[in-house]
Write a protein that binds this ligand. Sequence first.
Ligand code: NAP
Length: 241
Amino acid sequence: MSEQTIALVTGANKGIGYEIAAGLGALGWRIGVGARDPQRRDAAVEKLRAAGADAFGVPLDVTEDASVEQAAQLIADTVGGLDVLVNNAAVPGSWPQTASTMAPATVREVMETNVIGALRVTNAMLPMLRASRSPRIVNMSSSVGSLTLHTMPGVDMGQIPVAYLASKTFLNALTIQYAKEFRLEKILINSGCPGLTATDLNGFSGDRTPGEGAAIAIRLATLPDDGPSGGFFDDAGTVPW
Ligand code: NAP
């Protein structure tokens, strides 16, 4: 394993994922830019390299078994291992998305990317992560997945697309269960919430910049060995499950 920390960020061609890649690249890490579209991936790698980051492209569609397996192989063959995985790729899903109106296909679409995609990528990368000295996994979640906040008297979460929010609840459940499984291992895994950030995902309606949204992922990717695992955090501290 090289001395340089190696990270893979899924959905790193734009938005918060791009800024996570840029932030980790600025630490001198080698950054795999996981992205499904070749032009968007190449453009992101070029931009990161121009900014001084040691970035390389990783063709990756998190919904496809073969693509994820090939991504793991490419990383093993070209950089020889992986220390940090950031499961960032996600889709909001099509509308309508109230519980009473959404189509089963919408739920499947969102879960396939936001939950099964993270599971698929994590499990494919696990052998390399287990061989790392300080492995970290960050699941980019959202406070909209917090059942505590949704049921707290006096808290109005607004109109959140239901399939999307449930995908983040499910992702958080995975974070907890992975952490339990890893309790005797070195791997630290946590969920992070970037806050409402102006990106394609929400029609650029957020009040935070993608760079601000990336900060929590960078913090969780760089936790010390005695850092937390199985937690849910944003920039202000702990988010309730
Ligand atoms: P974004 O700008 O829409 O970016 C999403 C990224 O995911 C894009 O790179 C997209 O690639 C990629 N992606 C989607 N499906 C994929 C697939 N099947 N395989 C590989 N990549 C795929 O969204 P964002 O706002 O930066 O979101 C980043 C993360 O933060 C997500 O997990 C999101 O749920 C979370 N989050 C965002 C907010 C917010 O306010 N923005 C709030 C809370 C949590 P393409 O360009 O190919 O589509």
